[in-house]
Design a protein around this ligand. Sequence first.
Ligand SMILES: [Mn+2]
Length: 398
Amino acid sequence: MLASKKNYTTPREASFLLGITYCTNLPCRFTPTTLKTMNDLTHFDSNIVGNPKNNIFGLPFTEEEARVVILPIPWEVTVSYGSGTSRAAEKIFNASLQVDLFDKETDNAWKEGIFMRPADRKILMKSDYLRKEAELYIDYISTGEQLEKNNFMCKSLKEINEGSANLNRWVYEQTLNLLKQDKLVAVLGGDHSVPLGFMKAVAEKYGDYGILQIDAHCDLRKSYENFVYSHASIMYNALSDIPQIKKLVQIGIRDFSQEEWDYVCNSDYRIIAYLDKDIKERQFEGQTWQKICDEIISHLPQNVYISFDIDGLDPKLCPNTGAPVPGGFEADQIFYLVKKIIQSGRQFIGFDLAEIAVDENEFDANVGARIMWKLCNLLASGNHPPVPNKVAACASSM
Ligand SMILES: [Mn+2]
């Protein structure tokens, strides 16, 4: 029998989930035994193919050594259309080994260390279990059946909402712990519901901040299909629960409901939404992307968090994402915008990247790996650690 959809875990996936690494016969960037001291890259050749024995991008850093830590969250319980995001981290890890490390623009900021944790196996198993319940539930309510009449469905819904709340707590604890160690943190979905706990942790660490959301959708629904923590509600929940979020600037929006639009219009400018159509029309009429970026950035406060739903890009770059919509950005447009945010003197404090769905064709993972690479480099380059010795030397010479 031919399996049309992969619903099992391969030994390689399992080893990744358990944090065990694979070896190949390819020439490697690094031999682990040669690493002597923290971030000693003397014996690391960044010009050859990535070593899968190492971490993401073939980099030789441990979590302790790395300045940037990526937390993968293998979760896609409330996905309403396509699925496949909960297993994205392993595919992105594999694709990342092909990314060339030289990053002229950020002066090789990766040398400060990038590390991705293995995806948590218990979270993945919980997601798989609740996802099956959610599918039955969505089938049931989509035929117009009344929820109250079915105890089993009521129980499923309760279980899904509780499971999502537990996930949010877990993400909050994990990311707050990393932020307290002065790590720069990136969260990798999973679907777009996953960063809520991280956004709360960011508020605790940095206080007031603004979110730049790159997305085809507003994600401002007050629960979706009765799922309180739906991917379609992430920004509604973030704005409701986190008063430190002073501004939400959405770009690339092209699929939204009347209710969501009313919410934007009644937000007293807490939310600024740039419709994809309006950005395109301004460009058709001769405005440059530079000018539009300057305007977008002018709405953002000093601390900027980026919430990147891959479907904000043109779907040719993410053909398997759950809810693709024609239109959207090129990746280079976003990289340019993030670079301009840093150049404006604002602080880029963290990001999430979500809704990358993978199948046998690895193109989505390839794009995902390259976006992760660029954003990690920009994050590190915009947050160089202070050099205490230099400061002390300057002070003593005064
Ligand atoms: Mn989204």
